[in-house]
Design a protein around this ligand. Structure first.
Ligand SMILES: Cc1cc2nc3c(=O)[nH]c(=O)nc-3n(C[C@H](O)[C@H](O)[C@H](O)COP(=O)(O)O)c2cc1C
Length: 329
């Protein structure tokens, strides 16, 4: 830090605070602007239409699990039909969101037939759309889960598993296999996300030169053993978010996905450590450019990873006693 800045900080701490607050305001203004640029609210963007479909699908799936179902979802199925038509009109690829949209229409008809609601106009509307577009295969809808199976499958020694994971900062000098990484990502995909929008992405920085060029953004890489340090970047897609009130959903969902990802890596003999990244909005933009991450995605966290060394020394990172964490109210 320059001596002028140092002297301002010492003599006039309120000026330093004002400068810092100014920086924070500048950061949050740019952040909000970048959010607004990418909100879900657009009908010309495939990505956003996809998320709109997922939102409607999720609401319909929930409606189908209702213990006392009534006719429902007329506007939602109309919206889905509109979005599917936009896909077709633009010649967009039939991706996961498109398939989910088609699937829920098929399930909706099946659900109405099961309840004998075949005379309803919304039933007719969807049935007609399905027939005229030749939709046959459905994904999504509902499924029944059995307590017996959930209890049996959940009865693993999860506590032991959690206790055996530590943030490790030293890795075996061996690249992670693509198959292990894909397995871990598939497990991380099982993480719950808000309205099942699945807005997070996991980037595996496999190129040695690119990986080395982004180490500088991971300010917490000190104390790591030199040599191979695998690197993941977890992002969330702002296009999945509806408005300002959802601004924290990206980070929250990324946190959940990242934790499951790290646990999945651990289950495969891969150690990891979350890394704080970037000090500023500019730094984030810079790193996104290097990694070719689009404007609509925000970086949530970086994760260093690699196969466990034979022996690793880790901080004890003792946890607070439960009394300081748990409150019964
Ligand atoms: C969001 C987040 C950011 C972190 N950033 C860093 C980092 O930059 N450098 C580092 O060495 N460790 C980092 N950590 C690791 C923590 O220090 C570690 O998780 C904590 O001390 C608990 O230890 P444990 O993970 O071994 O249980 C980070 C952890 C989280 C959850």
């Amino acid at each position: 830090m320059s001596s002028v800045k140092e002297s301002i900080k010492k003599r006039l701490p309120f000026v330093a605070t004002a400068i810092r607050n100014g920086k924070i305001n500048k950061y949050s203004n740019r952040l909000i602007r970048s959010y607004k640029r990418n909100w879900i609210n657009s009908k010309t963007d495939e990505n956003k239409i996809g998320y709109k479909i997922l939102l409607e699908v999720h609401a319909l799936e929930k409606g189908m699990t209702s213990p006392n179902p009534r006719y429902f979802g007329t506007q939602k199925i109309r919206n889905i039909i509109e979005y599917l038509d936009i896909y077709e009109k633009n010649g967009w690829r039939h991706d996961y969101a498109f398939d989910m949209g088609c699937g829920i229409l098929i399930e909706y008809v099946r659900f109405y037939e099961e309840h004998g609601w075949n005379e309803r106009p919304e039933y007719e509307e969807v049935k007609k759309y399905i027939n005229s577009n030749g939709l046959t295969v459905g994904i999504g809808g509902t499924k029944v889960v059995l307590r017996k199976e959930m209890v049996a499958d959940g009865a693993i020694d999860y506590e032991k598993f959690l206790k055996s994971r530590h943030s490790v900062r030293s890795y075996a000098n061996k690249k992670m296999s693509e198959s292990d990484i894909r397995r871990a990502v598939k497990m991380a995909i099982l993480t719950p996300t808000a309205c099942n929008r699945q807005m997070c992405k996991i980037y595996n920085i496999s190129s040695d030169s690119i990986r080395e060029s982004i180490y500088k953004y991971a300010h917490g890489l000190t104390n790591f053993k030199k040599g191979y340090i695998g690197m993941f970047v977890v992002t969330y897609d702002v296009s999945a978010l509806c408005n300002e009130s959802e601004i924290c959903q990206g980070y929250l969902n990324s946190g959940l996905v990242s934790m499951n990802f790290v646990n999945a890596l651990h289950s495969l003999g891969i150690g990891s450590c979350f890394l704080e990244y970037g000090d500023s909005y500019d730094e984030e933009c810079e790193m996104k450019k290097v990694l070719n991450i689009p404007d609509n995605e925000k970086v949530a966290v970086m994760i260093a990873a690699g196969y466990y060394d034979e022996k690793t020394k880790v901080p004890a990172s003792v946890r607070k006693p439960i009394e300081e964490v748990y409150r019964k109210v």
